[in-house]
Ligand binder design. Structure first.
Ligand code: F6P
Length: 537
């Protein structure tokens, strides 16, 4: 049955009609217990979702929708290793990468838990050797800089987490990330580096991604030119991949390849071998704490009833805004500088997973799917784009993320930071009425300008402090929120066919740049751009 004809969907439509004008001011005034009843603790994460434009009846209807669309069934299938990525006929088992249980986990007849443990041990041994200096470069020098060459999920997860956990890092090793095929990225990253002290990690699930392989070949040229010896590659390149054949072809010793499996999606791969750069940065013990944190949220998601299940609740609230209020974007606003790449990471997780318009059974959807996800750390955003959230014309649901204890306490910085976080959610929810503005003696012609309508929805997500363990819980919370939304929308959250067409056309156009015949039937605009480049480059 089509989603939009389900009785649970139409019940929500009716409910929206009667509730869309409710104001958070009235909802809070009418229920002194609102904050308490619309908050939840899951692991170390406390979430206050009371500043949303909904009532407990709304949530009931949303839970009904989740049940009707089979969210629980799909969740159980995912954890059991069923091939829920139907268009690629694959299991979706990133949860197996961080599973703390010692029991075997059989998928298609293979104990994947044992495989996962094996690679983790291999990673631990290598990371420890690099960190201790016992792994040296070709000339015997210690490794001082590690450069991860990868893109998409093979970049965004590690770079986000290395930044997030920099406090726990070994400071005499610098981590860099090169993703863009623009040579500037690699050239600037390697400028002034000594190749003898540089290790490249080629992170690519497929080992065929053009951006990564082009960067990898140029990095190899840079290294060989610098050290004057082809055989130096062995001590300066390792690979993270599922494609042993291509890794070997590139010239990397299979002993220095860290494997993973087709049931790990690129954007869900941080806790696989793709996390090697992070492990080198923070060490195997912290990496294991991160995995244990993920597992706390995985278990919560797997076992908690829908009504007390945080990823389910946040996912359904997102659906309330996307599909009924028609909001098109979602802001991620972490009040912690270490989380400066968190929104970028969630952008891929969300938009590549749920930016789909065809259901699993091949029908076009007649409802909106993934929101546009964006954000910057607070308080910077306050002086950039919050104006639009407060007084613009868009409805932008926002998640505010903060930590109770700072990692770098300094004077009054932290209480001021957190005061800003709380103040923003208060201002967004309650605004300031014209009467309140007038009562402050504001000139009549300025009253409208200084009035804040309020009623802007937010979730506030608080944790004790930023540790590998809490970061793991936070990432898993969002992964599962995305899962819930994809399940309700009846789409496959685990493929990404939308990246293919551009890739293919780029290959064609690049081929034309190199051939004599450039007239291969493009539209007049594309042809004009190609001609201009060929003339002016
Ligand atoms: O953007 C498409 C994509 O396939 C992502 O899903 C993936 O994270 C990225 O490219 C990189 O792929 P690979 O790890 O195979 O190089």
């Amino acid at each position: 049955m089509k989603l939009t004809t389900l009785p649970e969907w139409t019940a929500l439509l009716d409910h929206y009609d009667t509730h869309k004008h409710l104001h958070l001011r009235d909802l809070f005034a009418g229920d002194p217990e609102r904050a308490k009843s619309l908050s939840l603790q899951a692991g170390d994460i406390f979430a206050d979702y009371s500043k949303n434009r909904l009532t407990t009846d709304t949530l009931e209807l949303l839970f009904d929708l989740a049940r009707a669309t089979g969210v629980e069934k799909l969740r159980d299938e995912m954890f059991a290793g069923a091939h829920i990525n139907t268009t690629e006929d694959r299991a979706v088992l990133h949860t197996a990468l961080r599973r703390q249980s010692a029991d075997p986990l059989l998928v298609d007849g293979v104990d994947v838990a044992a495989d996962v443990r094996g690679v983790l041990e291999q990673m631990g041994g290598f990371a420890t050797a690099v960190r201790s200096g016992s792994w040296t470069g070709h000339t015997g020098k210690r490794i001082k800089t590690v450069i991860n060459l990868g893109i998409g999920g093979s970049d965004l997860g590690p770079v986000m987490a290395v930044n997030a956990l920099r406090y726990y890092s070994q400071r005499d090793i610098t981590l860099k990330f090169v993703s863009n095929i623009d040579s500037t990225h690699l050239v600037e990253a390697t400028r002034d580096l000594d190749p003898a002290e540089t290790l490249f990690i080629i992170a690519s699930k497929t080992f065929t991604t053009d951006e990564t392989m082009t960067n990898a070949r140029s990095a190899r040229d840079w290294l060989v030119a610098g050290l004057g010896d082809e055989t130096a590659v062995a001590k300066h390149f390792v690979a993270l991949s599922t494609n042993a054949t291509e890794v070997k072809k590139f010239g990397i010793d299979p002993a220095n390849m860290f494997g993973f499996w087709d049931w790990v999606g690129g954007r869900y791969s941080l806790t696989s071998a793709i996390g090697l750069s992070l492990m080198i940065s923070i060490g195997p013990d912290h990496f294991r704490e991160l995995l244990a944190g993920f597992d706390v949220m995985d278990e919560h998601f797997r076992t908690a009833p829908l009504e007390q299940n945080l990823p389910v609740i946040l996912g359904l609230i997102g659906i309330w805004y996307t599909n009924f209020f028609g909001s098109e974007t979602e802001a991620i606003l972490p009040y912690d500088q270490y989380l400066d790449r968190f929104a970028a990471y969630l952008q891929q997780a969300n938009m590549e997973s749920n930016g789909k318009s065809i259901t699993k059974s091949g029908q076009s959807v007649d409802y909106a799917t993934a929101p546009v996800v964006w954000g910057e750390p607070g308080t910077n955003g306050q002086h950039a784009f919050y104006q639009l959230i407060h007084q613009g014309t868009h409805l932008i649901p926002a998640d505010f993320i903060g930590f109770m204890k700072p990692l770098n306490p300094l004077g009054e910085h932290h209480p001021k930071l957190i005061a800003n976080l709380f103040a923003q959610t208060e201002a967004l929810a309650f605004g300031k009425t014209a009467a309140e503005v007038q009562s402050e003696g504001v000139a009549a012609e300025l009253v409208a300008h200084k009035t804040f309508a309020g009623n802007h929805p937010t979730n506030t997500i608080l944790m004790p402090s930023l540790t590998p363990h809490t970061l793991g819980q936070l990432i898993a919370l969002y992964e599962h929120k995305i899962f819930v939304q994809g399940a309700v929308w009846q789409i496959n959250s685990f493929d990404q066919w939308g990246v293919e067409l551009g890739k293919k056309l780029a290959t064609t156009i690049y081929g034309e740049f190199k051939s004599d015949d450039h007239k291969t039937g493009h539209d007049s605009s594309t042809q004009q751009l190609i001609d201009r480049f060929l003339d002016q480059r």
